[in-house]
Design a protein around this ligand. Sequence first.
Ligand code: ADE
Length: 224
Amino acid sequence: MQIHIISVAPELLDSPFAHSILKRAKEKGLLQIQMHNLRKWAINKHGQVDDYQYGGGAGMVMMCEPLVNAIEELQQEKKFDEIIFMTPDGEVFNQPTANKLSLKENILIICGHYKGIDERIRQHYITMEISIGDFVLSGGELAAAIVVDAIGRLIPGVLNDETSALTDSFQDNLLAPPVYTRPANFKGWQVPEVLLQGNTKLIDEWRTEQALIRTKERRPDLLK
Ligand code: ADE
């Protein structure tokens, strides 16, 4: 999969993609991430990519011209399956959306800043608008990092144990059950007996039951 990201602050994403699972995905050639600094397509030598909003009011708006030139230049190289705009008024990101996006070949993500981007870009180029929750960040970069992380680990072959993504929280609309590791007794706190006895049928039953209890307690909305 190839993910291209357009941003006015690409340095913000140097670190999130350089470690752990995403690093491994890139090394295995399963995921390529390319950052593009929007200022490359600035309208003047001052690097301008934003301007005051029509109608007045505080906050700058990212202009059409740099974004269109960036998007169209990248489109000459590649046909994108989705052009995603990160924005707090987008559709709230969740596991089903991550699953769906992990099957795409080429994705372009646009990170907003300031007051957002000119509405005409949203109307004419953007195919999907994603929010990571009901709060406002200072830019779309950290939100994009979250989306790329959630997608990247689902690409087949990225996780060592292919089944482990299937047992994540949310994959079956349930939260994940509790997990334990050695020692079996720590300060007198015991690991549940069923996990120590090696009976996989009983363990599966216990895990399903615990997942249900946890979901009922913490996220009853998921069971509706
Ligand atoms: N940009 C600013 N806030 C955001 C949010 N909550 N989700 C996605 N992009 C954003």
